[in-house]
Design a protein around this ligand. Sequence first.
Ligand code: ADP
Length: 449
Amino acid sequence: MVANRGEIAIRVFRACTEMNIRTVAIYSEQDMMHMHRQKADESYLIGKGLPPVAAYLNIPEIIHIAKENGVDAIHPGYGFLSERSDFAAACIDAGVNFIGPSPEVVRKMGDKVEARQAAISAGVEVVPGTDGPVKSAEEAVNFCKDHGLPVIFKAAYGGGGRGMRVVRKLDEVKENFNRATSEALTAFGNGSLFLEKFIERPRHIEVQIIGDSHGSVIHLFERDCSVQRRHQKVVEIAPAPHLDPVLRDKMTRDAVNLCKHVGYENAGTVEFLLDNTGRYYFIEVNARLQVEHTVTEEVTGVDLVQSQIRIAEGHKLEDLKLTQEKVKLNGCAIQCRMTTEDPAKQFQPDTGRIEVFRSGEGMGIRLDSASAFAGAIVSPYYDSLLVKIIAKAQDHPSAVAKMLRALKEFRIRGVKTNIPFLLNVLENEKFVSGSVDTYFIDENPQLFQ
Ligand code: ADP
């Protein structure tokens, strides 16, 4: 069973079907006609009368359906319940295998303060920050006096690029502390905050790792996710362009050490910020499959979802031919997140019926999507991701050329998409040369035209 919807549910069903595993979907009332329902062998309505998102968060009902229908494992996808340790625990208590890390590891990694502490004790450098939650505005001011500005407030239980506030002036610390606390409370149900030094002009580099239940952990190299809008990833690249091989070795080793240290099982991502002097700092672990896992699959040839399932079955990495020596990088892959957002209107989500849909295809192009076809209805209820376009080629410039060619082949009418924006990003000289940092989108307002 996939306790999720949309493209990621389909991604997992595809992996299962190839493995001769029967699949079960759950769907909300709003998703009655959604494609992920059709791609599974069985499907069950959940959350009758509940709001659209709440339906996918209703743990007792999901577990009940799983038990009633003889489900033996649940994949949580990303978002929704994927990083909820109580969900992982509820699955296990019900005798259903949870395809992910243990509940204890999910809990630890979901708390950014605890994750930082785990990194420190594993000998991994973290961004200088507070040891625990910041309890008062005065404490925040004192941290800034000791460590200097700028700083960034982060919600301890935040995610998805939300709950962060950058502060550059001492007299603005208090006000931002109060605002960030109430924002975190509203968004994550917990106002707990911590402070980090704000790293100027970093690149976001993250390491894909995978561990088995026998204590082995390996990495599958890194991704560069520096192209971000409001701290959210838009374009992802594997491997990171021009990354010094010595640095790559160190970062991947740190990621593996951290995961071994916490007893990490299954797939996960260790995120770092790399500054322009070559220093890098741990920021967080995502204890789940990421949206951008695709680019890693393209450059390593490893099916991460199938590996996740085999690991949950108890297989050893080496039985799956997943040893560090055997995992090799080949070529370059770029993913664009095509959304139904209008770049001309501050990325306002657009909804309605897709009247015309023709996709970019051909050699080296992979499309992961759910509702991307003529006649599909784009609803306002869930996130606006329409298609993940992945281009794979021998090197970065040829992957860029392939992506541009594919993006230009798309014809979509009925809903607005961010294709014009993606084209601007991919055509930008800095992007083509593989040298963007996280300031890229903010500093280039012409990308929005
Ligand atoms: P989330 O869990 O919401 O995705 P992250 O901690 O992964 O939050 O951070 C998301 C992005 O925010 C990073 O990729 C980076 O661009 C920015 N960011 C986070 N922490 C810092 C920091 N200390 N300095 C500079 N940028 C940061």
